[in-house]
Write a protein that binds this ligand. Structure first.
Ligand code: OOG
Ligand code: MG
Length: 258
């Protein structure tokens, strides 16, 4: 099969699976897909969402902490695309039936005030940040048993399914090593720090600027960048209240609706 046919076919498969909250079998266990093929599939699958009226709102970074690399057994930093329908209102709810087998992880998010592209330094990246916020990402791999190869998870938009943003704060606040907890129904299930993200979450933003520009989609003013899970992800169940609490930045949460 020609590569372009394969890209179209896998993009449709993963987009349909996400829309219908259905799992699919892995399709590249013999490692035929290159990373470029995988990102082409991701891009084509997101193009289908945009064609249905969703808006592009930013970027998510993956495997930026050792905790996540170890949990998933993969060690390359990856990225995915955020669209408008993925955002869950802070304090709001999200239907469990929308997902296949969702997990949640605590993150820190940036919103940009200007374009940020290519090889930038940490201070340059910081100068483009309008605000920072505590955040949660819902990851819901479309692959059976949440098992995948690196190209497969990239093709599946890095498992991204939803995100919640807490109140935006001034980025002048030193957010390089803030303690954080992830709680389910008020019970702490993970403890970590923003320093888990490549040593400093700004490094994740620097990587996002480089990778997005290389893909021809430079980070835009108003875009959100999710820096990556600071702790292992936790399974979530219907009826739970999921929250992140971050030193100085405050908290963010949502209900998993039955
Ligand atoms: C892949 C997504 C990784 C992160 O924050 O590291 C990710 C997965 O774990 O399914 O979102
Ligand atoms: Mg994540």
């Amino acid at each position: 099969m020609a590569v372009s046919d394969q890209v179209t076919r896998y993009a449709a498969l993963l987009d349909d699976a996400a829309r219908e909250a259905r799992e699919v079998a892995q399709f590249d266990t013999d490692n035929r897909l290159s990373l470029d093929d995988a990102y082409a599939i991701q891009s084509a699958s997101i193009a289908r969402r945009l064609a249905r009226g969703e808006r592009r709102v930013g970027v998510k970074m993956g495997f930026t902490s050792r905790a996540k690399m170890l949990q998933m057994g993969l060690s390359d930093v990856i990225w995915g695309r955020l669209t408008s329908d993925m955002q869950i209102e802070e304090g709001g709810s999200s239907l469990f039936s929308r997902y296949v087998h969702p997990r949640v992880e605590p993150e820190i998010a940036f919103v940009l005030k200007r374009e940020l592209a290519g090889d930038v330094t940490g201070p340059e990246a910081l100068a483009a940040v309008e605000a920072v916020a505590p955040a949660l990402e819902i990851i819901d791999s479309r692959y059976r048993d949440f098992k995948f190869t690196l190209p497969e998870v990239i093709a599946d938009n890095a498992s991204s399914s939803g995100f919640v943003l807490g109140a935006w704060r001034d980025p002048k606040l030193d957010f390089g090593n803030l303690g954080l907890t992830l709680s389910l129904d008020g019970r702490v299930v993970q403890v970590g720090s923003t320093a888990a993200l490549l040593g400093h979450p700004l490094r994740s933003l620097v990587a996002a600027a480089r990778l997005s520009a290389a893909a021809g989609e430079p980070l835009q003013p108003g875009w959100i960048v999710m820096a990556g899970g600071a702790t292992p992800a936790e399974w979530i169940r219907p009826g739970q209240y999921v929250s992140v609490d971050m030193e100085q930045l405050g908290s963010a949460g949502f209900h998993v609706k039955v």
